[in-house]
Design a protein around this ligand. Structure first.
Ligand code: GLP
Length: 244
């Protein structure tokens, strides 16, 4: 696992954006796997700025997102489609037809199958951006007794619902199920790139970076199977997690 320890979260986000920029510079029609949550927002801000300054061109880039809440229309402010549009796609020169976020409404099994198809359509993502949940979940692959290989319907854990409640008016509004890319899709990416910050991620990052164990109780540990997996954390989190 390649680990980059930065001075602060701002620097982590700049480096992540530069890595994405470099992937596109090398391959203008790159396919990016993208993530939602609070962590990637400044990464997207950096990319928007780079695009406005002519440093990165999204005209031929394709994207596929990790997950979506079941029950939310793409126009719902808390849907991940809406998040991607407002935090990135509306501000860069990407063709929205080339962006894919799983559908939150309609038949969930069909929507999961469509996501799986999109992950592999025309080649796997060149880079897959990832955040991490407090319990080590990646995308919505929740910590528990088993993981699922393919894109599927996932019931959210109490810990995830609580963590994501901050984006909703009240906890009861957080959907309890989601469509998520499975572990196969995430590990199929040429380079999974996980960015994390904050004390709440310390235990999960400890499990990811301070030993060689893989456990379904911390889904992020499966990234240890990927030779190109890269993790960016700031020194504050590194210290809390006991990462040297
Ligand atoms: C959600 C998303 C994950 C994300 C996680 C952490 O559960 N499905 O993809 O990694 O939140 O989000 P945050 O970056 O806000 O801590």
């Amino acid at each position: 696992m390649k680990v980059i320890i930065t001075d602060n979260y701002q620097e982590s986000c700049r480096i992540a954006a530069e890595m994405i920029r470099d992937v596109i510079a090398e391959k203008p029609n790159a396919k990016l796997g993208l993530a939602t949550g609070g962590t990637p927002v400044p990464i997207y801000k950096n990319l928007i700025k780079m695009n406005q300054q002519g440093e990165v061109d999204f005209a031929s880039v394709h994207t596929v997102n990790l997950d979506e809440y079941i029950g939310l229309e793409g126009s719902h402010p808390q849907s991940y489609r809406y998040f991607m549009d407002t935090n990135l796609f509306d501000h860069i020169n990407i063709n929205k037809a080339n962006t894919y976020v799983a559908k939150g409404t309609g038949n969930p099994a069909d929507n999961a199958a469509e996501l799986e198809q999109k992950v592999f359509e025309n080649g796997v993502p060149d880079l897959q951006l990832l955040g991490i949940g407090n319990n080590g979940h990646i995308a919505f692959n929740e910590a528990g007794n088993h993981l699922v290989a393919v894109s599927h319907i996932e019931t959210l854990t109490e810990s995830t619902i609580e963590a994501n409640a901050r984006f909703f008016d009240k906890k009861e509004d957080v959907p309890t199920t989601s469509i998520t890319m499975g572990m196969r899709g995430i590990l199929a990416a040429k380079m999974p790139l996980l960015v994390a910050t904050g004390a709440s991620k310390a235990e999960a990052i400890r499990g990811l970076l301070t030993n060689d164990e893989i456990t379904t109780q911390n889904p992020s540990t499966f990234l240890k199977l990927h030779p190109q997996a890269t993790v960016i954390i700031d020194k504050e989190l590194a210290q809390l997690a006991g990462v040297q």
